[in-house]
Every structure is written in C-alpha cells, then in structure tokens.
Design a binder for this molecule. Structure first.
Ligand SMILES: Cc1ncc(COP(=O)(O)O)c(C=O)c1O
Length: 430
C-alpha cells in the first residue's frame, strides 16, 4: 500500500475517503514558497499556509540552511536537568522583541500546549480557578484549551469533562465586566483576531477595556497569538497594533519557520515566580521536547528573517495592495457580506445561497445539514484553477485569505482574478 492509501486506512479514514471520492485526493510531493506540486507536476498556489504555519512559505531556504548547519554538529538536542543555552537565547530574543515587560518564556511543541501552559500559569499565579474566554474562540483541542473554545462542534461532546469556564460574547466589554465581577476569574484569554470565528478583529478600544477590567478585578490578560503572531498581521505580534500589552501571550505555528514544531508562552515580570517559584514547584509544568535545540535554532532564524529591516513593512504593503485589488474585484457581488483585513490576513464573508441543488444533505452529508455552503462552493471553484483556500473552522461562510508573507504579485493577481470570478459566478447561478 502506498503512503497515501495508508493514510486513508490508518490515519483519518473519513477524511481520506471523502478526498478520494470527491476527486480531491492530491498526491503532493513538492512544496516551495507559496506553491505546492503534485506527482503529475500540477502546481497549486497555497493560500492556506498550513493554517498559519508557513508565514515564510514552504521549505524556506534560510531555515533549511540553519537546520543543516545545526545537524552537521553534535550539539545536545535536549538538556535534561541542565542549562539549555538555545532556549535561553530564544527566550531573550523574544522578550527583547516585546520591550521590557516580559521576563520568562515557557517552550512547548504546539499551540494547544502553549495555551495549556498559559492557563495553568494564570491559575497558579492568581490563586483563582476559572478562565474567561470569548464566544467563537479557537484555542486548540487539548482539554484545557477546549474549556476555552467557543461552544459548538469542537467542544460540545466533551462538555461533561471540561472545566466550567465562563464564556463571554466577543468584543463586548460590558459582558466581560460582568463575568469578571462575579466569578473567581484568574484570567481572560482572547485572540487579537479570532480567525476560526470568521476573521473577527478585536478593536483597540475593546482590548484597552479588557486590559483595564482585568487590572480592576485582579485577573490576568492572556492573548492567544498562536495564529496571529510572527508577522501575520503586519506586526511581529498581533497585540502590537493596539499597544495593549497582555500579561501572558502564546506563540506557535510559524515560530518554527514552518519546519519544526515549537510553541512559546511569554509571561510578564514576576508571574513565573508567583506560579512556580520554588525548587519543588519549578518543574511541575514541563514538556520533554519543549525548547529542544533544533526547534530553537529554527525559531531564532525565523525571528531574524521577520525582524530584518523592511520585512514587516513589506508585509503591510503587500497586504494593503492585495486588499485594494480584492475589494475592487468583489465590488458589487450579490453575495459579498464583508471583507475583514489586517496585514496579510483576510476574511471574505459571503451570504449563503439557498438553491435546492446546493444542500449538503443532497450530496449525502446529512450531518452538515444547515451549515453554510457558499464558502465551500467558492473554495471548490478556486481549486479548479489550482488555488487552494479554506473556510474558517467555526464559520464556513468566511473564506480565509492567508498567503505566505512573501507572496509575490503574480500569485496575488491570480488569486484576485479567480476569487472575483468565483464569487460572481456563484452569485449569478445560485
Ligand atoms: C489561535 C489558536 N490557538 C491555538 C491553536 C492550537 O494550535 P495547535 O494546533 O498547534 O495545537 C490554534 C490552531 O489553529 C489557533 O489558531
């Protein structure tokens, strides 16, 4: 059995079968920059970017060079019960990139684990038990992170075992005040841009209010930057747009340059000590491979690239140019509801279509009855032109726009042309 069939058999039988039966079972063999290539030599523009993991594109040469150089030596990869200079240097670099407020960094291997560490740190540092979170949130699929996930598909089957944390409407400072005043709340966790909820941008005023409210009620403010961090929104970290500084924030995904898994949790001065500050407690939260040398080297190089002079300015310029061309191409489309945008992160929200031929249950997917279909139809239309996009996990009526931060003007032109055509086509036919 080849590896592709083995995937269907042994890794995700439903997804594999679905891809096979609908003709979307691409045999990808090559990835470079923003282009994926299959075994037959067909090339696809990748506008999904590994859900935010390929901010530097696929297989970035500088990261590969760093990893090759590192692997040519025999440095320890783990420093179990020893001082880890790679983790130390990376922590220092991350803190320097924020300004002076942060002091300590915990390293993990994924975004969910970074969120777990943030939650545990807040609970220990404040001595309080609950973490408020926003409706529509996506913080990962481990049990702690799920307790902060917006209600719906990803969490509901687990409600019985999840911590009972208060959920507040997104961007509603009054509701947050209410929750913080009543509950035993250690922290409020929020994404500066809720990506899976449909690219919903937290306004500066809301974040400022959240900061003040957390201070007033003795709760910590946590920003989940797993997806928005590392340049995606045109600043290194998403919170740098508002100037609102959190007590804790998480990173993962593109931190490892798209080559190596690594997550991080940055904590404000004094927090780590309050949570873990004696010899008995200093390792009660840990991760065997967190901060391994290989991952830290990749992250350090990623910071070099994104921090290089002009890189983030070019992300903002590319983003603005793309936004302008895209909104022009979509102008007047009957189905367009809104375009949300920040840096090189966008969301195109479509009104749903209500055509009798276009119902999920008619194609045998009864379990999807009632879900929006317009975003997925546009996604299919783009795939015919070898452009890969995806909808948001919690809102399938929103198509996410997430190219590599190095996307070139030709790829942008192909995308704008195909997206304009697909949205027009759907509006005219459905
Ligand atoms: C904002 C946010 N937090 C956490 C996670 C979980 O990250 P991971 O999939 O690496 O566990 C994600 C993943 O999409 C995310 O978007």
């Amino acid at each position: 059995m080849d590896g592709y069939h083995a995937y269907t058999r042994h890794v995700n039988p439903v997804l594999g079968k679905f891809l096979e039966l609908t003709g979307r079972d691409l045999r990808l063999v090559h990835a470079q920059g923003g282009v994926l290539e299959d075994a037959e030599g067909r090339r696809f523009d990748d506008w999904i970017s590994g859900f935010g993991s390929f901010n530097l594109g696929h297989n970035p040469e500088v990261i590969k060079e760093t990893l090759r150089e590192h692997l040519s030596g025999n440095a320890p990869n783990l420093f179990v019960e020893n001082l880890n200079p790679y983790a130390g240097t990376l922590a220092e670099r991350l803190i320097d990139a924020c300004g002076a407020t942060f002091e300590t960094v915990f390293f993990s291997n994924s975004g969910s684990e970074a969120v777990e560490a943030a939650l545990k740190t807040a609970i220990l540092a404040t001595g309080k038990k609950r973490v408020a979170h926003a409706e529509g949130a996506y913080h990962g699929t481990t049990l702690g992170a799920l307790a902060c996930m917006g209600r719906g598909l990803y969490r509901d089957d687990f409600n019985g075992v999840l911590a009972d944390f208060p959920e507040v409407p997104f961007a509603d400072a009054k509701a947050l005040e209410n929750a913080l005043s009543k509950e035993d709340v250690a922290a409020f966790i929020v994404e500066p841009v809720q990506i899976e909820a449909g690219i919903r941008i937290a306004g500066d005023e809301y974040l400022q209010d959240a900061r003040k409210l957390c201070d007033r009620f003795g709760a910590l403010l946590i920003f989940d930057e797993v997806h928005t961090g590392m340049g995606r929104t045109g600043t290194l970290f998403g919170w740098q747009h508002s100037g609102v500084v959190p007590d804790i924030f998480t990173l993962a995904k593109s931190l490892g340059g798209g080559m190596v898994p690594i997550g991080a949790v940055l904590m404000a001065e004094g927090l780590w000590r309050r949570a873990y500050g004696n010899y008995l407690r200093c390792e009660i939260h840990n991760s065997t491979f967190g901060g391994n040398a290989l991952a830290c080297r990749a992250a350090l190089k990623t910071l070099d690239v994104i921090g290089a002079s002009g890189f983030l300015a070019s992300v903002r310029e590319r983003g603005e140019a793309l936004y302008l061309r895209l909104t022009q191409a979509l102008e007047g489309s009957r189905l367009l509801e809104r375009v949300a945008w920040r840096g090189l992160l966008g969301g195109i929200k479509l009104k749903d279509v209500n055509h009798p031929w276009l119902q999920w249950e008619n194609v045998g997917l009864e379990e999807l009855r009632g879900r929006p279909i317009s975003g997925v139809l546009v996604m299919e239309r783009l795939a015919r032109r070898n452009i890969l996009v995806q909808v948001c996990a919690h809102d399938w009526s929103v198509i996410r726009v997430e190219p590599p931060l190095t996307v070139d003007p030709d790829a942008c032109a192909r995308f704008v042309d195909a997206m304009g055509e697909a949205v027009r086509w759907l509006g005219e036919n459905a």
